[in-house]
Design a protein around this ligand. Sequence first.
Ligand SMILES: *Cc1c(COP(=O)(O)O)cnc(C)c1O
Length: 353
Amino acid sequence: MPAPAAGKGVIERYRSLLPVTDATPAITLGEGGTPLVRMPALEERVGAAEVWLKLEGCNPTGSFKDRGMVVAVAKALEEGAHTVVCASTGNTSASAAAYAARAGIECVIIVAAAKVALGKLAQTRAYSARVIDIGSDFDTGLRLARDLSEHPGVTLVNSINENRLQGQKTAAFEIVDELGFAPDELFIPVGNAGNISAYWAGFRQYKETGEACGAPAMRGFQAAGAAPIVLDRPVTNPRTIASALRIGNPASWAKAVRASRESAGSIEKVTDDQILDAYRLLGSLGVFCEPASAASVAGLIDRGERGLMDAGSRAVCIITGHGLKDPEIADRESVGALKCSADPSAVARLLGW
Ligand SMILES: *Cc1c(COP(=O)(O)O)cnc(C)c1O
């Protein structure tokens, strides 16, 4: 078990388990080492022995994407790249921009700006990336990014870059290192399906090397309007409030299916109403996440209500991104300010005291 290492970053902490060598610059912004928080209210609600949340929104740019991006940018540096490029609907671009800035190289982001959540785009620009709005969809953007990466010294850091998944698997290591065992079930949102594949690679690796004696059932959740894996066919017009899950033809489709089969898990869907219920419930319990992240807890609650949770189960839900990423939804889904004069007795009356 590697020593806990707050602020050390995933490359240093898990060096021997990653595709890095002494020639790979160990860059970091302090990613990884995110909180694992036990949730008694959710244990009671679903009837499980233990429910933990892994708060990946606490990564430097507010999403789990940092774990993979740090490895992808480090490898790009090692190969002598002067620029990284990606097409993105949000969190990938924020992460690429931050790590490129940290590494002192250029970052070019291809977006269809109207579809990107406000926080994610503002953040990407703050990290001084060059943002190119092609006013089109993600697939066209990805084709363009691939073309651009043919230029010498330009590396593509979309999730087809295998180093991304390698870095993301460190979250599975952290869970086992911190709990001292592999959980029975892992609940995780599924968009492009890279993260569920990365977690499974991590849990499997720890089992094979004897760091853990088991591995969890992988339970992935797609949004009902963007559920190609559940439906077993691509979705041409994916629709969901959870923008990070709005993907109709996931890049890591086959890997995700394998993860669910090999782990005796499942890939299921949750509706936008279930996602928003879980989003508001999490807020009321002190955990503010973006809508996509609430899909894991929506899935947990759904399985609880269907009587599918084992009383002895120890479950971990991945909270993939921070609530501030999508301030417009936060504003819409919460109770507004109460209007009142600045008079103590009037305020007390309004509060029912
Ligand atoms: C990228 C992302 C997802 C989806 O992860 P995949 O690896 O694409 O399945 C979920 N939640 C958030 C916040 C994300 O940024």
